[in-house]
Design a protein around this ligand. Structure first.
Ligand SMILES: *[C@@H]1O[C@H](CO)[C@@H](O)[C@H](O)[C@H]1NC(C)=O
Ligand SMILES: *[C@@H]1O[C@H](CO)[C@@H](O)[C@H](O)[C@H]1NC(C)=O
Ligand SMILES: *[C@@H]1O[C@H](CO)[C@@H](O)[C@H](O)[C@H]1NC(C)=O
Ligand SMILES: *[C@@H]1O[C@H](CO)[C@@H](O)[C@H](O)[C@H]1NC(C)=O
Ligand SMILES: *[C@@H]1O[C@H](CO)[C@@H](O)[C@H](O)[C@H]1NC(C)=O
Ligand SMILES: *[C@@H]1O[C@H](CO)[C@@H](O)[C@H](O)[C@H]1NC(C)=O
Ligand SMILES: *[C@@H]1O[C@H](CO)[C@@H](O)[C@H](O)[C@H]1NC(C)=O
Length: 698
């Protein structure tokens, strides 16, 4: 209560009492603290918090944010279909030896983090929305389970249909990244459906881990940094959140060894296929990587019989109302649910976000008020492909016209590789944030994160941002540190993703977490602080120009697209010039209602730009964004995703359709940003807004 009164008093103070922008900036750099990050992470990782299990952690987060001084906080509840493991089995059988169980997979890690009394236990091996069934049949090895892999097998006369395929996980594969063949686990499942597999068994091959493997003499976690042989990568198997037809189960590489050994000498060797098939890391365990099939008397039994239930997802939404532009919203968020403890994936984002919240709480307590509204979101459901954002946006349609930006963090610090992926409209804010934070590994060189990152937002999205960007077309970035080449293998989606791993092998000083936290706060501050949203629209034209230069398809005439991009380039240069002149005028006459009105108009245009890039008729399930792909940070991807896809598919008429849609949308943005002689034109609602904002002066 005391805090409330204190804040109310401060809010009534003259604005000269408020903190200067420099002082806020300084607070945002000084407040985040590694011990606090550890404390928040210890809370989130202490028990299972799968989608549907998050009410307690939601309530705790809400109470914490209230204590940290966020004025308005809602805990929302959304009914959802949920699924959890129940009956399951992966076993190797030999019908010639019916009395012997050749091998039965453990389906849980050797070390399971203990949970306290009354707390939720961590789950065993599980793929959400995999097919339900109990199949026993001959098995094959199908590399990464890509379409191309099945094609190779079919060409080699290896029967794929009706078999159980053993395949490798794809997350973090530098090989697939270098081959430009990054895929999601869900695409592995789609390929399995299309090729008629009877079942999928997915294991994590140590080939992912570069130098840091048991084979090279490293001890496995918890004794060292190498990937534990019993680690299991859980995950979701469909994008839609509905059940697949192909049963599937993740297993550890320890359990994959006997199943793959049973193929030794049967069918071609993986190395007889192309480069993509090379590099399997279990050779030292006498796995020869024959593709099979297993002899007729050897089979795998795969049973997946999960439970299905109705439950609820809970999001925590905290709001700091804007003082000048309350209807312009800057959002930041992360998903709170995870597969295991989730110290890296699922809990590092929320832990960092609590430090962002705490930093802004301190600034508020010192009398600072943002110009526009800041909204913090702790979402639940992403790991089951039930992104909280879907239902939340549906229930808050005003976000469609008010939300300018969404800044997402999934992994605040699980390695040394920094990424910023999303919309070029957030480039300026990200450069501001990264420019003020020193790179955690280059003290002697005195490099900022901006020096190291380079300042250009790359293509893609991440986390809940992928939904917000691809369906609501809010300008989005996903940022953070994840495991890169040469880092200790990240125990992704497993019960080894613990604070202990983080303390010893992931981010011991929490320096990556801290760096993410500061950049996140500063970028949000820049977006919410000034009268004009800091945007350089021309960056969009530059991105498109670069992308256009790499498009090539015989017969596809790109003249109209080329001209539209050139026109956009000119218009955006002029618009950026107009905005920067306006910004200077506002600096010298901050209370001039006419200038504020012009600023509002510019901001509304910034909010609208991204929406204009929506595909009017997207194919079911596809991203609506015509320019920026939905791919997460571990992919390389191309701009103009739908156009690109039709070119890859060699479909000229579809490519022409997408070209024309993109051209049409660019023309809309050109019209939106067109300046008439008196500057931009103001609509009637804007004039009313100006009067309501400042009735005395208007
Ligand atoms: C929070 O809840 C209140 C009361 O239910 C509602 O009026 C408000 O719009 C909600 N705010 C957000 C951001 O969901
Ligand atoms: C839940 O699943 C049922 C049955 O598959 C489906 O009819 C329903 O639409 C789903 N509900 C939600 C909220 O997704
Ligand atoms: C699954 O199938 C196997 C082999 O046919 C059988 O032994 C087992 O009892 C079945 N399990 C369940 C849960 O139905
Ligand atoms: C596959 O089978 C066909 C027909 O039996 C045969 O012509 C072809 O040579 C075989 N291909 C390979 C790679 O064995
Ligand atoms: C948001 O706007 C898009 C069109 O830009 C529309 O399709 C969608 O239904 C809107 N969403 C809501 C919740 O109003
Ligand atoms: C680091 O570089 C900045 C300019 O980029 C400079 O202002 C600062 O003094 C330098 N600090 C050290 C310790 O060299
Ligand atoms: C914050 O806004 C003030 C004016 O409102 C401006 O002078 C200052 O440059 C802004 N700072 C940042 C980092 O946006």
């Amino acid at each position: 209560m005391f805090r409330r009164h204190f804040l109310t008093l401060l809010c009534a103070c003259p604005s000269t009492w408020a903190l200067s922008p420099d002082a806020v900036q300084d607070l945002l750099l000084r407040v985040p603290n590694p011990d606090k990050i550890r404390e928040w992470s210890a809370y989130y990782t202490k028990e299972s918090h799968l989608p549907g299990e998050g009410l307690d952690q939601g309530q705790w987060t809400k109470a914490l944010w209230r204590d940290l001084g966020i004025p308005e906080i809602n805990l929302t509840s959304h009914e959802a279909n949920l699924t959890y493991p129940n009956n399951h089995r992966v076993a190797l059988l030999d019908f010639n030896r019916p009395d012997v169980l050749v091998h039965e997979a453990h389906l849980i890690e050797d070390t399971v983090p203990p949970v306290g009394e009354g707390q939720k236990p961590f789950i065993p091996a599980f793929f959400a929305w995999a097919g339900v069934g109990n199949v026993t049949t001959q098995h094959i090895f199908a590399n990464f389970g890509l379409r191309e892999d099945y094609e190779d097998l079919v060409k080699a006369n290896v029967t794929v249909k009706g078999r159980i395929a053993v395949i490798k996980t794809v997350f973090g594969s530098s090989l697939l990244r270098d081959l430009h063949m990054g895929v999601h686990r869900q695409e592995q499942m789609k390929a399995a459906e299309d090729y008629g597999l009877a079942g999928l068994i997915v294991y994590t091959d140590p080939q992912l881990d570069g130098e840091i493997t048991e084979f090279n003499g490293y001890n496995a976690f918890p004794d060292g940094p190498a990937r534990p042989p019993s680690m299991i990568e859980r995950g979701v198997m469909t994008f839609s959140g509905s059940t697949s037809t192909v049963p599937a189960m993740p297993i550890s590489f320890a359990d994959a060894i006997p199943i793959l050994q049973a193929l030794n000498g049967h069918g071609p060797l993986a190395t007889e296929f192309g480069e993509r098939w090379h590099g399997g890391g279990l050779g030292y365990k006498e796995v020869q990587y024959n593709v099979g099939p297993s002899p007729a008397h050897v089979a795998v039994n795969l049973c997946n019989q999960p439970t299905f239930t109705r439950g609820h997802l809970h999001h925590v939404i905290g709001t700091i109302p804007g003082s000048t532009f309350p209807d312009e919203v800057i959002m930041l968020g992360s998903h709170r649910d995870s597969w295991g403890p989730g110290a890296g994936d699922g809990s590092s984002g929320p832990a960092a976000m609590n430090e962002v919240v705490r930093s802004f709480g301190v600034a508020l307590a010192h009398g600072w008020k943002p110009s526009r509204t800041i909204m913090f979101a702790s979402f639940e459901g992403l790991e089951f492909s039930l992104p909280g954002t879907k239902n939340w946006f549906a229930e808050n349609p005003w976000l469609n016209t008010s939300a300018f930006a969404y800044l997402d963090v999934v992994s605040a610090g699980a390695g040394s590789k920094f990424h910023v992926q999303g919309s070029p409209l957030l480039g300026r804010a990200m450069r501001y944030g990264t420019g003020l934070v020193q790179h955690p590994n280059s003290k002697e060189k005195n490099q900022t994160m901006l020096d190291v990152w380079g300042g250009q937002v790359s293509l893609g999205t991440g986390g809940d941002g992928s939904v917000i960007q691809s369906t609501a077309l809010v300008s989005t970035v996903d940022l953070g540190f994840s495991a890169g080449d040469g880092d200790n293998p990240f125990p992704y989606h497993s019960l080894y993703d613990t604070d202990d791993w983080m303390d010893r092998f992931g981010d011991p000083d929490r320096k990556y977490h801290l760096t993410t936290t500061k950049i996140w706060s500063l970028a949000v501050f820049a977006l919410a602080n000034d009268t004009l949203i800091p945007v350089t629209v021309n960056e969009y034209a530059v991105l498109m120009r670069k992308a256009l230069d790499s498009i090539e398809m015989p017969g596809l005439d790109l003249t109209t697209l080329d001209q539209a991009i050139s026109h956009l380039h000119q218009i955006t240069l002029a618009f950026d010039e107009y905005a920067s002149t306006l910004s200077r005028q506002i600096s010298s006459q901050p209370d001039d209602p006419g200038l504020l009105l012009k600023a509002k108009d510019v901001n509304q245009k910034y909010i609208a730009i991204e929406r204009h890039f929506a595909d009017p008729q997207p194919p079911p399930g596809a991203s609506r964004h015509l320019i920026i792909p939905r791919a997460p940070y571990y992919f390389q991807s191309s701009a103009f995703p739908a156009l690109h896809q039709s070119i890859v598919a060699g479909d000229l008429s579809v490519a022409e359709t997408y070209r024309d849609r993109i051209v049409g949308r660019i023309h809309e943005v050109i019209e939106l940003l067109h300046l008439d002689d008196s500057g931009t034109t103001l609509s009637q609602p804007l004039k009313q807004w100006a009067v309501s904002l400042n009735p005395d002066k208007a």
